[in-house]
Design a protein around this ligand. Structure first.
Ligand code: HEC
Ligand code: HEC
Ligand code: HEC
Ligand code: HEC
Ligand code: HEC
Length: 326
């Protein structure tokens, strides 16, 4: 792991000798050092980025009611580390992050991801005369940047086994697309909280086969397992006979659950769907001979009712839903 000094060294190498000379030998041409104590201060000059971030899960990581419930209001202090982290360029890119004591309500904020040990910020171009003194750093958009917090449940390790890793398509390419106006990358960082994003992850396929129905789900769009990260996330496959017009809807029948268990759930096995993999389930039931409906639902938080048996209409989001005729 790099220590702060090595990282700062790397920053200077990346920023080129010109910038180094400017910072050290002509300090009068650089902006006056301004120290930032809150990400609210960045809003003044970066309002669009701030708005995107303010709507993101990163901005909510300290106040998120699910996190508070599961951590007993952070009485479990282990949970503070990534949910109110210190500046990752100080603890080391890719290294385990450490908890901070100030401005915790700002969660995973601008300062946590951008602030450099010398008081500047990691950016995409050098601008020593700008008030926040950005330095171009390739590590900012590297997978290692995200790994310090996102490999707890092996999302980054999963990514390393995919074709995306070979093609150099990292977390940022999918989770921070370039804005339409080319001004930079979207800081909303959509993931499991965006149904649209969850829809992009998989393709559901259902067809008649001799003696029944074949239902298949392929991970065609996630750069890691589906679902990934937070362990209580789950996705479920369902089917039911389609009711005739005017008849009441028939109950859904459960086919398969994609989920990774908590450590204490010794009776559960890991059924996450790796990138490009397909899970196939055959339905062999007299009721499946007529028109049927198949669906994939997504269960995002640990507090949606579980186990699933009952009615997905009430407790899950429909990701895919299709009718298969006889
Ligand atoms: C300092 C720790 C930290 C770093 C670094 C970090 N994240 Fe996160 N990330 C979090 C936490 C904590 C959450 C969950 C917040 C919550 O929901 O309460 C999160 C949530 C997310 C989500 C939302 C998932 C969902 O359920 O919608 C995405 C996507 C994401 N991060 C992507 C990234 C990417 C891409 C990077 C690297 C550029 C990154 N993160 C860097 C800590 C971090
Ligand atoms: C090593 C970093 C790390 C630590 C430590 C950590 N988390 Fe997280 N947590 C994350 C990241 C990254 C995410 C986002 C991934 C996701 O949402 O799937 C997250 C997401 C969550 C979510 C889902 C929030 C939502 O709305 O989707 C909950 C709940 C949560 N964490 C609870 C906890 C609890 C409780 C602890 C302590 C036992 C804890 N976390 C410790 C990194 C961490
Ligand atoms: C008083 C105005 C001002 C404040 C406050 C400010 N910045 Fe900047 N920032 C600028 C200017 C000017 C630039 C250079 C032009 C540009 O890229 O927007 C810049 C550039 C950047 C860049 C590099 C952009 C790129 O494309 O490489 C990053 C990253 C950045 N700022 C982050 C921050 C963060 C994080 C904060 C709060 C801790 C902050 N800034 C506070 C004015 C400001
Ligand atoms: C989870 C980490 C993370 C957080 C939180 C975060 N950023 Fe960024 N930021 C990045 C990454 C990654 C890039 C893209 C770097 C690249 O393309 O090389 C980036 C790019 C930028 C840029 C360059 C121009 C652009 O829009 O892409 C600016 C300016 C910036 N961030 C400012 C901010 C400000 C201000 C905040 C808080 C409101 C913030 N960032 C929060 C990781 C983060
Ligand atoms: C090829 C595009 C792609 C790449 C690359 C990618 N992701 Fe994702 N990611 C997705 C899609 C699509 C989803 C929504 C489906 C899902 O929830 O799994 C998602 C969901 C997530 C979630 C929400 C958890 C969940 O399953 O609900 C987190 C956290 C996340 N990604 C983090 C990362 C990190 C960290 C990296 C880099 C190692 C990364 N992603 C790389 C496409 C991608």
């Amino acid at each position: 792991m790099l220590n702060a000094k090595q990282i700062f060294g790397a920053a200077l190498v990346l920023s080129g000798l010109g910038a180094v000379a400017l910072v050290f030998h002509k300090p009068t041409e650089a902006a006056p050092t301004r120290s930032f104590t809150s990400s609210q201060q960045c809003k003044e000059c970066h309002p669009a980025v701030f708005e995107e971030w303010a709507g993101s899960q990163h901005a909510h990581s300290w106040l998120n009611p699910d996190v508070r419930a599961l951590s007993n209001d952070f009485a479990n202090t282990d949970c503070i580390d990534c949910h109110a982290p210190q500046e990752i360029y100080s603890t080391g890119i890719g290294a385990r992050v450490l908890p901070r004591t100030a401005r915790r309500a700002e969660g995973v904020d601008c300062i946590a991801c951008h602030a450099l040990p010398d008081g500047g910020v990691a950016g995409t171009t050098d601008a020593p005369s700008a008030p926040c003194r950005p330095v171009a750093m390739a590590s900012l958009r590297s997978v290692d940047h995200c790994a310090g917090c996102h490999d707890q449940h092996k999302t980054v390790s999963q990514w390393r086994e995919t074709k995306y890793a070979q093609e150099g398509i990292g977390c940022v390419e999918c989770h921070m697309p370039m804005r339409a106006d080319g001004s930079g990358r979207d800081h909303a960082m959509h993931g499991g909280h965006s149904l649209e994003m969850v829809r992009q992850a998989t393709t559901l396929f259902a067809e008649r086969v001799a003696g029944g129905l074949r239902v298949a789900l392929t991970n065609t769009g996630a750069g890691h397992h589906f679902p990934t990260d937070e362990r209580s996330r789950a996705a479920d496959l369902w089917w039911r006979p389609l009711a005739a017009a005017g008849e009441p809807a028939r109950p859904w029948r459960h086919l398969w659950r994609f989920r990774s268990p908590y450590r204490h759930e010794v009776d559960l096995v890991d059924t996450l769907l790796p990138s490009d993999a397909t899970k196939e389930v055959l339905v062999d039931d007299l009721d499946s001979r007529g028109p049927v409906e198949v669906a994939l639902t997504y269960k995002r938080t640990p507090y949606w009712k579980d186990p699933l048996r009952p009615d997905p209409e009430l407790e899950a989001e429909f990701v895919h839903r299709a009718v298969v005729q006889p």
